[in-house]
Design a protein around this ligand. Sequence first.
Ligand code: CA
Length: 310
Amino acid sequence: MASSVGRRIARWSLVLATTACAADRAAAPVDADPAPSRDASTATTDARVRADAPTEAPRATADARAPDAAAGDARACATLALCDDFEGAAAGGPPDPSRWTVGAPDVTGTGTLAVDDTQHHSGARAVKVVGEGGYSNHIFFTNSAVIAALGPVVWARFYVRLSDALGDGHVTFLAMKDAESGADGGKHLRMGGQAKILMWNRESDDATLPALSPAGIALSEPLPTNQWLCLELMVDGGAGVLRTWVDGVALAGLQVDATPTPDVDEQWLRDAAWHPALTDFGLGWESYAGQAMTLWFDDVALDAARIGCF
Ligand code: CA
């Protein structure tokens, strides 16, 4: 117990030292105005923290999470447009069929998913995805009822636990269909990995966020394995803005705003008409270059305002 308290004090010290991250986290639960003009100085500070100690980045993120976990600042599940802790579904079966459709939009292969009681973030259950290598083995559970009704500003929060590090090849574990007219219509906005880091990919033109240059890669980070991570995203379709947090910390490389930033969103903003109209929200696994992954999802939520982590 004493050592636990000691660690917590050490974590608080770290948070106090990383003022920008702490400020960002402090604002998290009340950040009802997802302003597209993200503070450039914050982005610079976040990037510097990671650049100074690249091998320590995942631990710094995990440490920074602890104080907010104790504060329990996430909005209550019952108040959200969609919130599922997967406790109401039987282990071995699918997640609640009234909320989720399980399947592979294109080709069904050997990837599988089911509610599982061997890992959980909350309660006793989560959704386990056994994602096999190769595009034809993709598998997702998708909600198509909620996200389009939220309006142009969409917030999502989910917990994910990866069994292995993200590899060099492109993979997707979150896919949202974009129904906007034009080139992006019917294509997916995809979160996953490439070049060993967390990243976004726009299916319509294969643009990535960040750009996969050495400088861009340094502005994201690998995801730690075998631990639960709180991922949050905000998409403002009207403004053409996308924001991303891991354990409450905004990653400098995963932000699209109104200003093209080299190595971050300059490539993304070459599609000046990018104003996504999202119609579904799916979690699972899709591998284009062959990486298999076992991963779990829990406490998945969608709403029109920031949800927060707990
Ligand atoms: Ca759960």
